[in-house]
Design a protein around this ligand. Structure first.
Ligand SMILES: Nc1ncnc2c1ncn2[C@@H]1O[C@H](COP(=O)(O)OP(=O)(O)OP(=O)(O)O)[C@@H](O)[C@H]1O
Ligand SMILES: O=P(O)(O)OC[C@H]1O[C@H](OP(=O)(O)OP(=O)(O)O)[C@H](O)[C@@H]1O
Length: 209
């Protein structure tokens, strides 16, 4: 590995496609099979760049620890994890928002209403801010099930098209915050590889729609 090589943590999953298209737009010569290959580390000849393909929620961990110089992560993940990384650019991809939702025409229980979420920190901060004392129930997925089966009064989750809420008979109550994917950097890498990183930001900035 050459010292000036940039390691980029790229999220697998739903951000991947839009992030890949943006990098191609910015002139990076990436292999067409990058998404279907099972390879988790990829060198890009000619660019002195190495990609690591990570689970989206792990991207800030790689960047904070400096094993990746930069990475792409959802603002939801960044707000939830509060890692020590620099946020360099809003890529304006994978746009969605975080909201509270529940069964229609239901009020929050008076005593410690239960909130199911994969974002315990964001949910706690939100309910603290609006002065509601709640019990947070942490789940890892299929959050919309929780009000349907009586596990929680509300969920705090991502809403994009609203289809998942609709198909499960839930309605949105509060819009909590907007979410899009961000380019993040390790603070030491940002200092040591500043020219390379600012050059990459400049190239990507031109492709933000
Ligand atoms: N329905 C959605 N529409 C648009 N963007 C979304 C949606 N759901 C999540 N996102 C954004 O995409 C990011 C990655 O989500 P994705 O579902 O690929 O990974 P994940 O949450 O780690 O799930 P998994 O456990 O399935 O890998 C989220 O952090 C968020 O910023
Ligand atoms: O408003 P929509 O366009 O319907 O998108 C919202 C859904 O997408 C995400 O779920 P995901 O597909 O990642 O599944 P999981 O979190 O339940 O595993 C999110 O947690 C919502 O359930």
């Amino acid at each position: 590995m050459t010292t000036n090589q940039l390691t980029i943590a790229m999220p697998k999953g739903r951000i991947f496609e839009e992030a890949y298209d943006m990098l191609i737009d910015a002139g990076f010569d990436l292999p067409k099979t990058m998404d279907i290959s099972r390879k988790l580390m990829l060198e890009i000849p000619g660019e002195n760049i190495r990609f690591i393909l990570a689970k989206p929620t792990d991207v800030p961990t790689y960047v904070e620890h400096g094993v990746a110089d930069i990475g792409i992560a959802g603002k939801d993940t960044l707000l939830e994890q509060q890692r020590k990384v620099h946020e360099l650019l809003d890529l304006k991809i994978s746009n969605c928002h975080i909201a509270s939702a529940g069964l229609p025409q239901t009020k929050l229980d008076d005593i410690a209403p239960r909130i199911a979420t994969k974002y315990p920190n964001i949910a706690s901060a939100y309910y603290r801010e609006i002065g509601e004392q709640v019990e947070i129930i942490a789940l890892n997925g299929s959050i919309e099930l929780a009000p349907m089966i009586g596990l929680a009064d509300r969920i705090v989750d991502i809403v994009s098209t609203g289809q998942t809420l609709k198909e499960n008979g839930l309605v949105e109550y509060d819009y909590i915050t907007a979410v899009s994917s961000r380019l993040i950097a390790n603070p030491a890498s940002y200092r040591m590889k500043n020219k390379r990183i600012t050059d990459l930001v400049r190239r990507l900035k031109k492709c933000v729609k």
